[in-house]
Design a protein around this ligand. Structure first.
Ligand SMILES: Cc1cc2nc3c(=O)[nH]c(=O)nc-3n(C[C@H](O)[C@H](O)[C@H](O)COP(=O)(O)OP(=O)(O)OC[C@H]3O[C@@H](n4cnc5c(N)ncnc54)[C@H](O)[C@@H]3O)c2cc1C
Length: 398
């Protein structure tokens, strides 16, 4: 048996962050990623609250700051492009939409990978197919590679984790909101600036355009639908669906749809949360979205992944028996996860009115919420608690 070897499934945010801390604590991390290479797609995510402290302890806060998108805030616009309300960038730990540490998801994944590639074995283009827990070790089978005996297994493979079901079966519940989101990159247009723009179209549809740090624009389309399963369609079918849903959406929809037709990084999801009654079984555990995806509505997915990885590795360094470590990890993190997953009443429906009068009401509400006084009083746009956990100190700088 490879005594200190921990096999992690997924090389996005949670997986490499866990590998970083495990290596610090003297374990031998191995990360297996289903994709053939590091996936660098995705949009702006932010690092806030306790996650910012974790980033500082990892020594990557400056790297993140150097790679921020430069977004100056968010404007709600109407069909003529006129600004109805604006929310300037806020301190990373305050409310508001744009945070001080906004970074493209792919840039954060790259920073974490670069920091761990010398201390971690990365296997791309493979995935776990079976786990056999012998009590003192786990035998792991792969789609392509040979079986391996390892000390522990951790699923960090996202909201649709397959490894999760090998660990805790079908216990976790997926909480759907009837909201679909699609993210992709389009050429920068004359109307794009350092401000993000949010546009509501009647029929519970919205378009969000955000600046990035590489001269393109990050577009996302959001719509509510009672129909299930759009996320399981192929990419071409999803693009066709979006083209028909947004055909009469107005504003800059034609330009966005033209960009979508050529986009190679389109990512489509049914916005959901993972509600798992437990995050481990025997010698295997879950971390990040695989365990407790809070959904983009919370704005806390990357932050929870960073904090979860830190706590899980730290508890493993403290306990001889991994089961005790997993229990301690869950005890420490669960209150934060519960708080983050609790969304304000009416979210997400409130942000997607059905009619033009409904959109006018929404604009009046956000105008009020955007006043300096309201912002000082904590008027938050669906953002989640920034901190909510006393970050433990672990050995080895953790
Ligand atoms: C390509 C991509 C784009 C994203 N874009 C956005 C965005 O624009 N906005 C936003 O808020 N969030 C986005 N997310 C989600 C965001 O990264 C997570 O919510 C958050 O950062 C927590 O990360 P995670 O590492 O737990 O999970 P994820 O970021 O979902 O990463 C899971 C990783 O596991 C890999 N994987 C999946 N299945 C297997 C398997 N069976 N075996 C091995 N590896 C597997 C995936 O390829 C991925 O690399 C995106 C995720 C991905 C993968």
């Amino acid at each position: 048996m490879e005594h200190r070897t921990v096999l992690i499934s997924g090389a996005s945010i949670a997986g490499p962050a866990l590998a970083f801390w495990l290596a610090r604590h003297g374990f031998r991390p191995v990360v297996v990623e289903r994709a053939g290479a590091l996936r660098l797609g995705g949009q702006n995510i932010d690092v806030r609250g306790a996650a910012r402290k974790v980033a500082r302890r990892m020594g990557i806060e400056d790297d993140i700051r150097a790679a921020t998108t430069g977004e100056q805030g968010l404007r709600f616009v109407d069909e003529r492009g006129a600004t109805q309300a604006e929310f300037p960038v806020e301190n990373a730990d305050a409310g508001g939409f744009t945070k001080e540490l906004e970074i493209l998801r792919g840039d954060l994944a790259r920073i974490l990978y670069d920091r761990t590639r010398d201390t971690t074995e990365y296997i791309f283009g493979d995935q776990i197919t079976a786990l056999r827990d012998h009590g003192d070790r786990v035998t792991v089978s792969f789609e392509h590679g040979a079986d391996r005996d390892v000390a522990l297994v951790v699923a960090a493979d996202g909201i649709r984790s397959r490894t999760r079901s090998l660990i805790v079966g079908d216990e976790p519940r997926i909480r759907r909101f009837g909201l679909y989101g699609s993210y992709f990159t389009i050429p920068r247009g004359a109307s794009d600036s350092a401000w993000a723009r949010w546009y509501n179209a009647p029929g519970r549809r919205a378009i969000l355009l955000r600046p990035d740090n590489v001269g393109t624009t990050r577009a996302s389309l959001w719509f509510l639908s009672r129909q299930r399963g759009h996320e399981r369609l192929g990419v071409a079918e999803q693009k066709a669906l979006l083209a028909s849903v947004y055909a009469d959406a107005g504003w800059e929809a034609p330009r966005v749809l033209a960009g979508l037709a050529h986009a190679e990084d389109a990512y489509f999801e049914s916005i959901s949360q993972v509600m798992a009654p437990r995050w481990s079984h025997g010698r295997a555990a879950l971390v990040g979205d695989a365990a407790y995806c809070p959904s983009p509505l919370s704005g806390m997915g990357a932050s929870l992944a960073l904090v979860g990885a830190y706590v899980l590795a730290g508890e493993l360094s403290r306990h001889a028996d991994p089961r005790d470590a997993f229990a301690a990890y869950e005890k420490r993190l669960r209150p934060l996860v519960d708080m983050v997953q609790k969304l304000p009443p009416g979210v997400p429906w409130i942000a997607y009115p059905r009619s033009r009068p409904g959109i006018s009401v929404l604009h009046r509400v956000v105008r009020l919420a955007s006043s300096p006084l309201a912002r000082r009083l904590g008027g938050r746009l669906g953002s989640s608690p920034a901190d909510g956990i006393e970050l433990p100190d672990y050995p080895n700088g953790g």
